[in-house]
Design a protein around this ligand. Structure first.
Ligand code: GLA
Ligand code: ZN
Length: 663
């Protein structure tokens, strides 16, 4: 199947990145001209402009200067490029902070920021909202018919939170709408604990290290509220754009699994998902990082369930990692092709030209301070540009998957708060990535969804550590199994409801019948301690968390090898309706997950991207446009690899090489 291109009149993979010509206003006769000469040599067909341009666009209140941006947009159009045009709200002018201190963000210790840096405005401030509307309206009116305008880039990397009085007021209003009565809120937050019952809405304050920081219901709701603040602010920012340029898609650049915003919620209002990917490749065996980055791409794609944008990546080192190691040969190509393999229809960088001053002057860029096309990094980018030119058939191509893995922001939030059994061992993100890695190694495509998404298109559903069951989720999982699906759950499933109140009547709560087990206790192991799961005579190491379960209809596939629960069930399957529900009771290494998911894949008849086994560090993905299938095979190690992609068809890969073949 084939989705329409992100920019309707531009059916090519976008290649380019963040470009800050406003840092070079005095140099436009030389630097801007060079920049345009070099786009052709680099195969760049898109640039992202205006991200941090508020002072260049409105140097004094109400005094707008669009002439420079007109020129930039015209240059982009003259060079056949699509502009990703940003709204400037990510960083505000100093005059604004000085005149309207209410726009400055307040931290959880109730200290108001001074002016500076970026991403530090209050989302509730009516003044800030007015200013944003004013500038966004002008941008949209000015460029509504501009031939370069391709995509709106809303603000930049939304994040953080504000605890100012305006935000407290909005938080209380949001809570009132959610709970209606204080009684309902007190019950949901279990405030009778330590005598925390509220008697008036005005007593409620956002969580703070100086005040209330232990009520899990409050903390969860604060995170939900903060997510809603971003959704609301995004809708506010895009309102004029949607009115004036209804056909131009809008996005905001996300950050993988950034914990502060429920991205599945935010994605509901985006037209296309985009994200900023900065793996620090070691240049040696990057298998683990390759798998991790694959997870992030799968997650971002799944947010809108269609091709996404790789909005930023570094063409070389970053400026913010402890070690700014250079990309080894082939690595730039590999990271770019990996994104496309997982469904990106763009390869964009931070940044096109290195800035001359400020903290990002040593961040990787296509154009170095040296200024010419004669650098290794430029040649690497140009090689990507050249290859992407031949990939128009991949634009909009699907990445079909029959398996979904649940990664749920709200589960993560609740797990982050658990005291006791999980202390320092939660590792929710790494756990989910571990389950995903098993499929990555098998060459089986997976979507990453949260528990609120539909399970309809899947045959296999994996839900590691699904601690919190939001309303209706258990019922939907049960229906999924009944209709023939294969479901996999693990330790720490079904402990709590959406308020983080525990389920009464035995864990895994409402999934007890589906899984056919009862989890009576959970044993937390000391660091370095281990037990084992013995499956088909083979012992697998387990550590951190071991749940003590009883079969209640489920068949035991494997049992614990040691301790006082030796011989008790540790891996079970419950046949229910036409499907099966598996339970893994303890945390293991990759060996158990690899063997287990190998069995699941065979049993469910999941298609693998290549026929032969994938050698260590090699990944394979398919994009399918309905007529042609493109197989991407990628080597994430510094060693050459050989594999069989189909009967009698062998392939060899140089270190970090990517090959793409049409099937
Ligand atoms: C983020 C930001 C960019 C830039 C890069 C540097 O992703 O969005 O503006 O600061 O980091 O890696
Ligand atoms: Zn605020």
């Amino acid at each position: 199947m084939r989705y329409p291109p992100i920019v309707p009149r531009f059916p090519h993979i976008l290649h380019g990145g963040d470009y800050n010509p406003d840092q070079w206003l005095r140099w436009k006769d030389t630097i801007w001209k060079e920049d345009m000469r070099l786009v052709r040599l680099a195969g760049v067909n898109s640039l992202t402009v205006g991200i941090f341009s508020w002072t260049a666009l409105e140097p004094r209140e109400g005094e707008y200067r669009f002439e420079w941006l007109d020129e930039v947009m015209d240059m982009l159009a003259a060079n056949g490029m699509a502009a990703v045009l940003a709204t400037p709200s990510g960083a505000k002018p100093a005059w604004m902070s000085r005149k309207y201190p209410e726009i400055l963000r307040v931290n959880d210790r109730r200290q108001r920021n001074l002016h500076g840096e970026r991403h530090n405005h209050c989302l509730s401030s009516p003044v800030y909202r007015q200013k944003v509307t004013a500038i966004n309206t002008r941008l949209a009116e000015r460029y509504r018919n501009h031939p370069a305008l391709g995509v709106w880039h809303i603000s930049n990397e939304y994040g953080g939170e504000c605890h100012c009085p305006l935000c407290q007021e909005r938080f209380r209003a949001w809570l009132k709408a959610r709970y209606q009565t204080l009684d309902a809120l007190n019950e949901a937050w279990w405030t009778a604990f330590w005598s925390h019952t509220y008697s008036d809405w005005e007593e409620i304050e956002s969580p703070s290290p100086l005040g209330e920081n232990g009520l899990h219901g409050l903390k969860l709701d604060w995170r939900r509220f903060t997510s809603e603040q971003f959704v609301d602010f995004y809708l506010h920012e895009t309102a004029p754009l949607k009115k004036i340029t209804p056909d131009v898609p809008c996005t905001t650049n996300l950050m993988g699994t950034y914990p502060g915003i429920d991205y599945f919620r935010l994605a509901e209002v985006l037209d296309v998902a985009s994200w900023d990917s900065y793996p620090q490749w070691t240049g040696v065996d990057d298998t683990g990082l390759g798998a991790r980055t694959a997870f992030m791409h799968d997650l971002t794609r799944s947010l809108k369930d269609k091709p996404f944008m790789l909005m930023e990546s570094s063409p070389s080192a970053t400026n913010w990692r402890p070690v700014a190691k250079l990309h080894r040969p082939n690595v730039h190509m590999l990271q770019s092709m990996q994104a496309v393999a997982h469904g990106a229809d763009t390869v964009q960088y931070f940044q096109y030209r290195k800035s001359r001053g400020g903290p990002e002057k040593f961040h990787g860029a296509i154009i170095d301070h040296e200024g010419s096309e004669h650098t290794r990094v430029f040649r690497d980018a140009a090689a990507v540009g050249e290859r992407l030119k031949g990939m128009d058939a991949i634009v909009g191509a699907d990445t079909p998957a029959r398996t979904a893995i649940i990664y749920d922001w709200q589960v993560r939030w609740s797990l982050d708060d658990v005291k006791g059994l999980l202390q320092d061992k939660t590792n929710y993100e790494e756990t989910v990535i571990g389950h995903h890695r098993a499929f990555w190694k098998l060459g089986i495509a997976t979507d990453i969804i949260d528990s609120t998404r539909s399970f309809d298109k899947y045959d296999v559903l994996i839900a590691p550590m699904l601690y919190m069951l939001r309303p209706g989720v258990a019922e939907r999982i049960d229906a999924f199994v009944e209709r023939g699906g294969t479901f996999v759950a693990t330790y720490v499933t079904g402990y709590a409801d959406e308020h983080d109140l525990t389920h009464l009547g035995g864990f895994p709560g409402p999934l007890r019948k589906t899984l056919g087990i009862w989890c009576e206790e959970i044993d937390a192991l000391f660091p370095g301690d281990e037990n084992s799961i013995v499956w088909a005579g083979k012992p697998y190491r387990v550590f951190d968390l071991c749940e003590l379960i009883h079969g209640e209809g489920a068949e035991t596939l494997a049992a614990y090898g040691g301790d006082f629960y030796a011989g008790e069930p540790a891996l079970t399957v419950n046949r229910r309706g036409k499907g099966k529900a598996y339970f893994i009771a303890a945390r293991s290494g990759d060996d158990l997950l690899d063997d287990f998911y190998g069995m699941i894949a065979r049993d469910a008849g999941l298609e693998r991207a290549v026929e032969g086994p994938l050698p260590w560090g090699v990944s394979a993905r398919v994009r399918d446009n309905g007529e042609q299938k493109f197989l991407f095979v990628m080597n994430f190690t510094h060693e050459p690899k050989e594999l069989t992609i189909a009967q009698g068809e062998k392939m060899s890969l140089a270190p970090f090489e990517t090959k793409i073949v049409e099937r």
